[in-house]
Design a protein around this ligand. Structure first.
Ligand code: GLU
Length: 503
């Protein structure tokens, strides 16, 4: 078998959607598993849809995910250029070859003529008629014009496109690695443009030519590309031979709360759909990313891997290395995979618990919140204590900030209803007791606390909530005596005293 070479072929048209990253991931896992190459090819032939910054953004996302291509615009390689606009001149010869073989034709129709055709042929059941075998013989193209007319038009540099001539009644089929045999009736497919008037190929021509020239062995892409398959199969057959065609797989759609997951779903339900924050340069609109929401890349890859695949066991947590080992295309499902944000957060929580490199990320978040971390060993210890309580990275700001800075706001309302003079005295006495303590640890602090509560005949449970609010500002955080242990004697007493003065 020839070397496995797969490609991710994004069009730089905007942010990178969950589904796009999953396509990257499955390609990457397959390549690594089979000792093959993973190529990123930028499909930028549609200049109208080109968006500034989108290409750079795609590579930044891959970097964040820890997925390194073997060949790309940024990585180089023997099969470059890896940006289709830079390969522009290589496509025409293939389109011309199809014309000379009678499998494609020049079409000279102007925009107005195309519009007239649509108006004339539209019916209630067919509101937007296609340029296909029913219509093509009534249009201005090299099938209807005389050869010398065509030659004249070409010589005069008349604007034209090259269209594929879809067979009138043929069944084309291929074997999808996930879906099995898939067939199409060519009569239902329009004569797609292959080469545009500006000399650029369309996606259909470019994808086939480049998959061939780049020796792609397997082409994996989202299910939304399945309808284009008959055109691509015919192009393979006409240009290079079906035996040369890569093996294909089409990944299942990712479903949101109501059908196909969209950017709008994210905004509506408050979850990210892009890998990283993306600001549309045209209108400044920001779409939130998993990274900024506080996901770890390990968790993001893990949850994506399971959106449409499992290894046949109950295991859900997989490292990238394990995924490489376990991944197989025949376990990718064909049915749509439902995205569940709560489950996504569960994955992140699991990875937060396992992570040993949270400190720099949390420190950055604390800095952004204006909190200075002055003791890194202390931070590491705190992280171990609070990991269990955090699902997203920003949760750490609330869970750790009060260790480094006295709370700016105190939830007095949580304490006030049950607060009384007796409790105030309890805390003043407690401060006295612990100020002389030789041993400063959670166990000793708790013992002293409980003993004093018993002496004073107050329920220790009723005192713990105020103690927590004094130290952290609200009803959250890890066990309260552990908090006091980390805060230290001076700071604990200071926070308790200033609280008792407040109330
Ligand atoms: N350029 C296409 C896209 O934007 C690639 C589809 C394919 O992989 O063939 O998704």
């Amino acid at each position: 078998m020839s070397k496995v070479r797969v490609r991710f072929a994004p069009s730089p048209t905007g942010g990178l959607h969950l589904g796009g990253v999953r396509t990257v991931l499955y390609n990457y896992l397959f390549a690594r598993k089979h000792g093959g190459d993973f190529i990123v090819r930028i499909e930028d032939t549609d200049q109208n849809r080109y968006v500034d910054g989108a290409e750079e953004y795609i590579f930044d996302c891959l970097r964040w995910c820890g997925i390194e291509p073997d060949e790309s615009v940024q990585h180089g390689g023997e099969y470059g250029p890896y940006r289709q606009s830079e390969r522009k001149d290589s496509y025409r010869e293939y389109a011309e070859r199809l014309v000379s073989q009678g499998q494609a034709y020049y079409a000279f129709d102007t925009t107005e003529e195309l519009e007239q055709m649509r108006q004339k042929h539209k019916t209630d059941s067919n509101p937007s008629p296609q340029y296909d075998h029913h219509i093509r013989m009534r249009m201005r193209n090299s099938l209807t014009l005389l050869p010398n007319e065509v030659e004249e038009l070409l010589k005069a540099g008349t604007r034209h496109v090259i269209r594929i001539k879809m067979p009138e009644s043929e069944t084309v089929s291929f074997t999808d690695m996930i879906r099995g045999e898939v067939s199409f009736e060519t009569s239902l497919v329009d004569d797609k443009v292959l080469l545009k008037a500006d000399g650029m190929p369309t996606y259909h021509l470019a994808v086939v030519v480049d998959d061939h020239l780049m020796k792609i062995s397997h082409a994996f892409r989202g299910e939304e590309w399945l309808p284009s398959a008959p055109v691509h199969i015919l192009l393979w057959k006409y240009l290079f031979g079906l035996d040369k065609m890569p093996k294909w797989a089409h990944f299942p759609l990712i479903l949101g709360p109501t059908g196909k997951l969209s950017k709008r779903d994210g905004a509506k339900y408050g979850f990210p759909v892009f890998a990283m924050n993306w600001t549309d340069p045209k209108n400044g609109e920001l779409t939130e990313g998993f990274r900024e929401k506080g996901f770890l890349p390990e968790a993001f890859l893990n949850l994506l891997a399971l959106l449409g695949w499992n290894d046949g066991t109950e295991q859900e947590i997989f490292s990238k290395e394990e995924l490489v080992e376990r991944f197989s295309m025949d376990r990718v499902h064909s049915a749509g995979a439902k995205f569940d944000y709560e489950k996504a957060k569960w994955f992140n929580h699991e990875w937060i618990k396992r992570s040993e490199s949270l400190a720099p990320k949390v420190e950055q978040l604390l800095n952004d919140a204006g909190i200075i971390v002055n003791d890194h060993i202390k931070l590491e210890n705190i992280l171990e204590l609070v990991k269990e309580r955090c699902h997203l990275l920003p949760d750490f700001v609330q869970q750790t900030g009060f260790f480094f800075q006295a709370p700016q706001t105190i939830d007095l309302d949580a304490v006030r209803p049950k607060w009384n003079e007796e409790k105030k005295i309890f805390f003043l006495d407690y401060c006295d007791l612990i100020s002389g303590a030789v041993e400063w640890n959670a166990t000793a602090l708790e013992e002293t606390f409980k003993k004093l509560a018993t002496e004073k005949n107050i329920k220790a449970g009723e005192l713990q909530l105020p103690f927590r609010v004094m130290l952290v500002g609200g009803k959250f955080g890890p066990p309260v005596f552990q908090i006091a242990e980390i805060l230290g004697k001076e700071e604990t007493i200071k926070r308790v005293s200033s609280f008792t003065e407040l109330l």
